[in-house]
Design a protein around this ligand. Structure first.
Ligand code: PRX
Length: 656
């Protein structure tokens, strides 16, 4: 490192507050801090600002109906269609401009202009309708990052059929559970895709999942691999390209949807083994996705914006598809991995496409850091104007690396905290307004009211850890868990018993602390949910997969620190009588988890133990297991029924 570099590193190391760059502020969509006050003084009507970003067929009569809290309704009696908002209304001005720039892993490129996208969405919508998809039927999509995925989503939105996208890395079992739970009779999938240059077969997994679905399913298959993989079509299956060709030129009028009609379902992990079907609506969700895309990601129609998440997660729904397309910008989609064919792949794409905003995850940033600054340095990244992160806490070192080596100290970094359930961003600085504090997401967005409270619901002092709560509803919020209102209330809502506060309060299940400036640092989940590489996984789901393996009597899963993944899965396993602690059993356990959930949930370590540390009342001491996984000093073990087991487990984890 040169002397200059060393000095710069030292300065960055010490700096705790970063002002938004002047050049950014001048052009920012939002650059007046008065917006916070406007929302405070004029709440909830100030939210009309978000709804006004969309075209409505019928304007709302009421901004918020809270008469049946916590079943809130937004933009009551408003009517609109999400696909018309993402496509049709841009055609006059932006028909020839790129809506999607897609880059395949092998280097293929496809550009869909707004005209192209509109055409294909219409054709596929017509095909879906003729296949029997009716308004309110849930259509499942089990596809990787190929353009047909957003096309299918928008085609469903056009005909008023909610979609349920299942991440392609999830297993056959996970697909079946989600299709069963949503009573979904339609599936759009593909033959396979490319990973690190090799074709990866996918259809077999879909077939296996379908075998476990108790009702008939109409399946459409996209041919992604051409001749690299021959997939014989079965009876009752349809080829995507043939369908679209058959309906060439077809036009389908966008179906008028009520603001509160379901736009999509998204399954996510919770405390119990059963995934939760989060319901998002057409009016509130889309308004919120558009508003946060505009105010936080600073999206303008002429931008080439890139969110490197997968559309199989909420980040991709809100910030690859709905937010950016609602604003009529160009959204980049990349099929593959960031280090194929080399570790500069992302930077090559930024340079090739003059990407203006990059929104990625801390786990990726940690990997870039490890690979070294020489990779971004090989490319011209000067087109970048803003950087964002999402999915897990980002440590100040990674934040500063991103700011310096990717953003050239000229781009604000927005650290955005939110969840599948919130539909869009909740805590973050506004990039043209607020100072940035690495490691802290920032204050709640205008109109969002959040606090850090103790177990009794009382706010804790600045600097102390507590539970994050959201005190007021917001347009992007989930409306319920699919067909399970009771679980929706149980899992998320609490009505304060304090007579001074009779409002419903939303619990995101995250721990956090707040500083004197109102900046919130999110510390991590307080329930039994892990965050592995920004992917949310329920420990119960993993445990039930493990105890389903022959030879396993009991299992406890916890998260341990991991340099790149943030958290990694540690599985403590007791074997059944008559079964030995063998490598073969270990392999079957790993396979069992991959089959039940997918490779993302693969345990980092499987530790066999004769017993699990338990309290006298028989509760597993997970905290202790976490400390062991992290090599931390152990807390008090005197309350254990079986303290001797601890040393034994520690020795095993250390590999003694
Ligand atoms: O623990 C928080 C963490 O991710 C959880 C939500 O996961 P999911 O529903 O899969 O959505 C991820 C993408 C929005 C949260 O409860 N999380 C998300 N963003 C951040 C975060 N933790 C800290 N900082 C963030 N910026």
């Amino acid at each position: 490192m040169s002397d200059d570099d060393v000095q710069l590193e030292a300065r960055l190391e010490e700096q705790e507050v970063f002002e938004p760059p002047e050049s950014f502020v001048e052009q920012a969509n939002v650059n007046d801090e008065a917006i916070y006050e406007e929302f405070d003084e004029n709440w909830p009507d100030a939210w009309e600002r978000a709804a006004e970003l969309l075209d409505w067929e019928e304007e709302w009569d009421q901004v918020l109906d809270d008469s049946d809290a916590p079943f809130y309704e937004w933009f009551v009696d408003g009517e609109l269609n999400a696909s018309a908002n993402c496509l049709d209304r841009h055609l006059a001005d932006r028909g020839d401009e790129a809506a999607i720039e897609w880059i395949g892993e092998l280097g293929e490129k496809r550009t869909y202009t707004y005209d192209d996208l509109h055409r294909e969405v219409n054709e596929f919508a017509a095909a879906l309708r003729d296949l029997g998809v009716e308004e309110d039927d849930v259509v499942t999509m089990y596809m990787p990052m190929i353009p047909e995925l957003p096309i299918a989503m928008l085609a469903c939105a056009r005909i008023g059929a909610p979609h349920s996208v299942v991440f392609a890395g999830f297993s056959a079992d996970a697909l079946a559970t989600r299709m069963e739970s949503a009573d979904s009779e339609f599936l759009v999938t593909c033959d396979g895709y490319y990973r690190r240059g090799d074709p990866l077969e996918h259809k077999g997994k879909a077939d296996e999942g379908l075998d476990d679905v108790g009702h008939d399913v109409e399946t459409i298959v996209v041919d992604r691999l051409d001749d690299d993989y021959d997939h014989p079509m079965k009876a009752g299956e349809h080829d995507y390209d043939e369908l679209v060709a058959e309906y060439a030129g077809a036009e389908v009028d966008p179906v008028t949807r009520d603001a509160e009609d379901m736009l999509f379902l998204m399954y996510t992990s919770g405390t119990t083994g059963q995934p939760k079907g989060v319901k998002h609506t057409t009016g509130g969700y889309l308004s919120y996705a558009a508003w946060t895309s505009q105010s936080v990601l600073d999206i303008k129609p002429d931008d080439t914006y890139w969110c490197s998440a997968d559309i199989g997660w909420i980040t991709g729904h809100s910030y690859i598809v709905y937010g950016p397309l609602a604003l009529g910008t160009t959204t980049v989609m990349y099929e593959g991995t960031p280090d194929y064919p080399d570790k500069d792949r992302l930077w090559q794409i930024v340079e090739d496409y003059d990407v203006t905003q990059l929104y990625t995850a801390p786990t990726a940033i940690r990997a870039f850091m490890k690979w070294g600054k020489e990779y971004p340095e090989q490319h011209d990244l000067s087109s970048l104007r803003l950087l964002g992160t999402v999915g897990e806490p980002i440590n100040p070192r990674a934040w500063k690396w991103y700011y310096k080596h990717i953003g050239r100290e000229e781009c604000p970094v927005v650290d955005t905290w939110w969840q599948t359930e919130t539909g869009g961003m909740m805590l973050t600085t506004l990039p043209g307004v607020g100072d940035m504090k690495p490691g802290s997401a920032g204050p709640p967005l205008p109109g969002i009211s959040a606090d850090i409270v103790d177990v009794g619901g009382d706010p804790v002092e600045a600097g102390r850890a507590g539970y994050l709560v959201v005190n007021k509803p917001w347009p992007g919020m989930l409306r319920t868990l699919y067909k399970n209102d009771e679980r929706f209330i149980d899992e998320y809502w609490d009505e304060y018993s304090n007579p001074d506060r009779d409002e419903w309060v939303y619990f995101p299940e995250d721990g956090a602390k707040i500083d004197d400036d109102g900046y919130i640092t999110v510390l991590g989940r307080v329930d039994d949910v892990l965050n592995v590489s920004g992917h949310r996984l329920g420990t119960m789901e993993i445990e039930s997969a493990i105890v389903g393996v022959e030879g396993v009597a009991e299992a406890a899963v916890v998260g341990g620190n991991h340099e790149i993944k943030g958290e990694a899965v540690y599985a403590y396993v007791i074997t059944e009588d008559g079964y030995d602690e063998t490598e073969e059993l270990r392999d079957r356990i790993i396979e069992g988890v991959e089959d039940a959930i997918g490779p993302i949930a693969r345990p980092e370590q499987v530790i066999f133990t004769p017993e699990l540390p338990k309290t006298r009342s028989g509760k597993i001491m997970r905290r202790l297991l976490e400390d062991i996984a992290n090599g931390d000093e152990l807390g008090n073990t005197s309350t254990l029924r079986n303290p001797d087991v601890v040393e034994d487990i520690e020795a095993k984890v250390r590999g003694d």
